[in-house]
Design a protein around this ligand. Structure first.
Ligand SMILES: Cc1cc2nc3c(=O)[nH]c(=O)nc-3n(C[C@H](O)[C@H](O)[C@H](O)COP(=O)(O)OP(=O)(O)OC[C@H]3O[C@@H](n4cnc5c(N)ncnc54)[C@H](O)[C@@H]3O)c2cc1C
Length: 108
């Protein structure tokens, strides 16, 4: 069987590797940095952990949600923290909103 080559160990590459493994498809994954996770990594500094992103899980696909729950087991837990997505179209728009949104940003 042909070996699948996966470039990048971010969520996309790791997701592909997970389903390839489950389907019995041989694969090799290349990651250029020393850690897996891409932009979803959690960095450790001493005893403190820093998430690269918000780590919101958008559970829109029941099958993916089920797989993730199964995969994560007890490592998956709900965090009740104020968080908000704010789509802004362009740097110009971001700049125009920056001042008026300053107090709101602090809530995130
Ligand atoms: C601040 C922030 C907050 C976010 N919050 C959320 C959130 O709450 N929920 C959510 O669902 N998404 C969130 N995202 C988006 C999410 O992080 C990305 O959609 C996701 O990481 C994309 O996954 P990816 O695997 O495509 O790319 P990446 O995460 O960028 O991973 C790519 C990987 O490929 C590696 N790579 C690059 N080039 C090569 C190469 N030539 N050879 C080998 N390896 C290579 C990189 O080192 C990296 O590990 C957030 C993003 C940011 C920046």
């Amino acid at each position: 069987m042909t070996t699948l080559t996966i470039l990048g160990g971010g969520p996309a590459g790791l997701g592909l590797a997970f389903y390839a493994h489950r389907s019995g498809v041989p694969f090799v994954l290349f990651e250029r940095s020393s850690e897996l996770g891409g932009m979803c990594r959690t960095l450790r500094h001493g005893e403190h952990l820093y998430d690269c992103g918000a780590h919101r899980f958008h559970d829109r696909d029941p099958e993916i949600t089920r797989d993730l729950i199964e995969l994560m087991g007890e490592d998956l837990f709900t965090v009740d923290a104020p968080s908000r997505l704010r789509p802004l179209a362009s740097p110009v728009e971001r700049s125009a909103h920056a001042e008026s949104c300053a107090s709101e940003e602090e809530e995130i």
